[in-house]
Design a protein around this ligand. Structure first.
Ligand code: ATP
Length: 211
């Protein structure tokens, strides 16, 4: 007899919440996210989507409940490079160029297999802007540079807060393409968006927030 193999979720939240001035920001959440999955975090303005992602990224302390990473209590030091957050702050140094930003980021966190800076920047729509200081780029170009950073690093879980903001149609398609490739290669992502997400890699999981 062969026992069925159970694979622990990449991330599991059990009655997770966050408090400000002793008040919960959102109704406690339970969810699981497996490798290969995309989860859309949905909710009205102020319902706590950004707060949740920042908490999962370790930028805010867990208020209540439990977070498990690959079946064990989540320990920041053990999964730091494996979880990447991209929010309104893009995580780029404004005085450095996209190329320099990627060099610094990969120097610190390593490089995803099969990627190289020059081809990635061209693919992501920054050909001709590789060596321009980020502060001189348009909002959409800055977002593309941040997406290049995401694509270069070897993280498993992407936490993307409004990743489509400031992007044109080609940029939106680029994000969807990145999400499909990332989940197809065994990664996972949680995404907030007030716009339509057209993800062709299967029906995404939905996490509904209630403030
Ligand atoms: N730095 C902060 N200090 C105090 N309260 C905050 C802070 N940031 C957010 N909040 C409050 O926490 C609640 C949740 O905010 P959050 O940004 O997580 O919501 P959201 O669902 O991402 O909203 P939106 O859809 O508008 O981006 C809101 O009521 C907001 O006012």
């Amino acid at each position: 007899m062969t026992a069925a193999r159970t694979v622990a979720p990449l991330l599991e939240a059990r009655a997770v919440s966050f408090h400000r001035q002793d008040e919960p920001v959102f109704v406690p959440l339970d969810f699981q996210l497996h490798t290969g999955e995309l989860a859309l975090v949905e909710g009205d303005n102020g319902s706590g989507k950004t707060t949740l992602l920042r908490m999962l990224a370790g930028l805010l302390h867990l208020g209540a409940g439990e977070l498990l990473w690959r079946g064990e209590a989540l320990q920041r030091d053990l999964c730091a490079g494996d979880i990447l957050f991209l929010g309104h702050q893009l995580g780029l140094k404004a005085d450095l160029s996209p190329r320099e930003n990627l060099r610094v980021a990969t120097g610190l966190h390593g490089t995803r297999d099969g990627t190289d800076i020059a081809s990635l920047l061209a693919e992501i729509g920054l050909r001709g802007y590789e060596d321009e200081p980020v502060r001189r780029l348009s909002a959409g170009q800055k977002k593309r540079a941040a997406l290049a950073r995401l694509a270069m690093l070897p993280a498993t879980l992407w936490l993307l807060d409004e990743p489509y903001a400031n992007l044109d149609r080609a940029g939106i398609a680029l994000v969807n393409d990145m999400l499909e490739r990332h989940t197809g290669a065994g990664g996972a992502a949680m995404v907030t968006s007030h716009g339509m997400v057209s993800f062709h890699g299967g029906e995404p999981r939905r996490i509904r927030m209630h403030g």
